[in-house]
Design a protein around this ligand. Structure first.
Ligand SMILES: Cc1cc2nc3c(=O)[nH]c(=O)nc-3n(C[C@H](O)[C@H](O)[C@H](O)COP(=O)(O)OP(=O)(O)OC[C@H]3O[C@@H](n4cnc5c(N)ncnc54)[C@H](O)[C@@H]3O)c2cc1C
Length: 467
């Protein structure tokens, strides 16, 4: 199969779909979207519960972040067809020793550590980047005589929870310089109860009905992009297409793959410029993971929105994780959806280890890990076995290779990385994707939407210049 298009978009996630919507609105309708998966949505992936039919779990994005400046949330409100929930009500911190850890025990010290980190790099911008764990140790060496050891242990555990479960990465690898260096969030977080797939559907409704069948080619992975001529040639396994403009919306992690035998590898003709090669190590993603536990009845508080499990120990062997090795957040579906289910958030390397557990004993291993943690929020002496366990597999997903971008030790600032993509390779080779926008939307679903808006505008302006 061959074909000539005005614009080819690679990837049918939120970024690719928004690019198509705005191009279409701007009068460009000779568009083709090539998508490697068998469905649209990319890292927006909702699954219906088999036990509780009215409940949907999101294995990718779950929240509208930046509620004051999120066009996807605004649209959901306007259309009134998406259930959402502000899950920022009652929250409980706990650890192995205490069923409740009051926040006064740690919050002022936690704030001081975060302040210490930013002051360190403000005072000395040339201070070498070290890991989040190392900078916490540095703080402790200087200040331990000022802190009660019990409060220190709890503060450090909360630092770990905030860093690791936002970035999906162990504090051993997170950059001290950039881990808390995000632009302030623009409002609250809103849990999308009806599932992000409805959000994608709301976007698709902006395109003509037949667009999905006529302009999106599923199960089609791009293998080669030849931009050596004015007309760009795009090769998939079996077919070739040509276009005037191409917009790539791949997760950033995929641009770091340089092994031609890797199934996600894309050959560029000519090769991508040196800057991409130089920085490609920092394109790798962290992996926020999720484990869904469904039970036959609720044996924990029905009113708490989230339980924060603090961890004071560290994994001795990442391949053989033990209960309490990692901090986790338990999202209470009894509170937000009225069903006895908890969703645990995980970080790498735990997310990866869970994905790679032997399938025969996987559920048993997962429950061994989480049972003692869930027991701490339980009203029952021994928590009953779950009736179902689901988990994410973003590390092993060849079209994602992790959840989303993170800040690893030694990485450049986020603007350098996003600009590399946002400026494009030329006026014809463009990049969208949630990891190509800077600021608080970076790596988020609405960031993808903004990137599609940006690239469609760029192309429409470029076409207009030639008229
Ligand atoms: C576990 C998890 C939790 C998250 N939580 C949140 C959250 O709560 N709130 C939030 O706002 N964001 C969250 N995110 C991030 C959000 O999901 C993403 O930022 C957003 O969905 C990315 O959209 P995108 O279109 O840029 O990329 P993608 O959705 O990844 O779309 C890119 C598409 O390109 C396709 N593709 C890849 N390679 C090829 C190829 N060679 N040829 C053709 N097609 C290809 C992929 O299959 C994919 O469909 C989360 C992500 C994960 C994984």
């Amino acid at each position: 199969m061959t074909g000539k298009y005005e614009v080819i978009i690679i990837g049918a996630g939120i970024s690719g779909i928004k690019t198509a919507i705005d191009l279409y609105r701007g009068g460009v309708n000779n568009i083709l979207i090539l998508e490697a998966r068998n469905c649209i949505g990319g890292r927006l992936k909702s699954v219906k519960s088999e036990n509780f039919p009215h409940v949907t779990y999101d294995l990718g994005a779950s929240w509208f972040h930046d509620a004051l400046a999120n066009p996807l949330f605004d649209k959901a409100r306007e259309l009134g067809n998406i259930d959402y929930y502000f899950d920022d009500g009652e929250l409980v911190y706990f650890d192995k020793d205490d069923k409740t850890v009051p926040s006064w025990k740690f919050e002022h010290i936690t704030d001081e550590i975060i302040c210490y980190i930013s002051l360190s790099y403000l005072k000395d911008p040339n201070k070498p980047d070290i890991s989040l764990k190392q900078i916490c140790q540095e703080y402790y060496e200087k200040k331990h005589d000022l802190i009660d050891p019990d409060r220190w242990g709890k503060a450090i555990a909360t630092i770990r929870i905030f860093g690791e479960l936002w970035h999906g990465e162990s504090w051993d690898n997170l950059s001290a310089k950039f881990v808390f260096d995000e632009d302030g969030h623009l409002g609250r977080n809103v849990l999308v109860k009806s599932g992000y797939s409805k959000v994608i559907q709301n976007e698709m409704n902006e395109l003509p009905d037949k667009f999905e069948t006529t302009n999106i080619k599923l199960n089609t992975s791009v293998k080669c992009i030849d931009y050596s001529n004015d007309i760009i040639n795009i090769h998939t396994g079996n077919d070739s297409f040509s276009c005037d403009y191409v917009v790539l919306t791949l997760p950033r992690s995929l641009y770091s793959i340089d092994d031609p035998n890797d199934p996600s590898y894309i050959k560029w003709v000519p090769e991508l410029p040196g800057d991409f090669k130089k920085l490609s190590h920092y394109f790798e993603a962290g992996s926020l993971g999720k484990v869904v536990f469904e039970f036959s009845e609720c044996f924990w508080s029905e009113t708490v929105d989230r339980f924060y499990a603090l961890s004071k120990q560290e994994p001795k062997n990442p391949n053989d994780p033990q209960p309490w090795d990692y901090p986790t957040i338990l999202i209470n579906y009894q509170a937000n959806s009225g069903v006895p289910a908890l969703v645990a958030l995980t970080q790498n390397p735990l997310s990866s280890t869970i994905e790679n557990f032997d399938p025969k004993t996987k559920n048993e291993r997962i429950w061994q890990l989480f049972q003692p943690v869930i027991a701490q929020i339980s009203n029952a002496k021994v928590p009953p076995q779950p009736i179902n366990i689901l988990h994410t597999s973003w590390n092993n997903d060849i079209w994602a290779r992790g959840a989303y971008c993170t800040s690893k030790v030694g990485c450049p600032d986020s603007e350098t990385l996003t600009n590399l993509f946002a400026k494009g390779l030329s006026n014809k080779i463009r990049f969208a994707g949630s990891e190509t926008v800077d600021g608080s939307a970076n790596g988020c679903a609405h960031g993808g939407w903004f990137s599609g808006q940006r690239e469609a505008k760029y192309i429409l302006d470029d076409i207009a210049k030639k008229l």
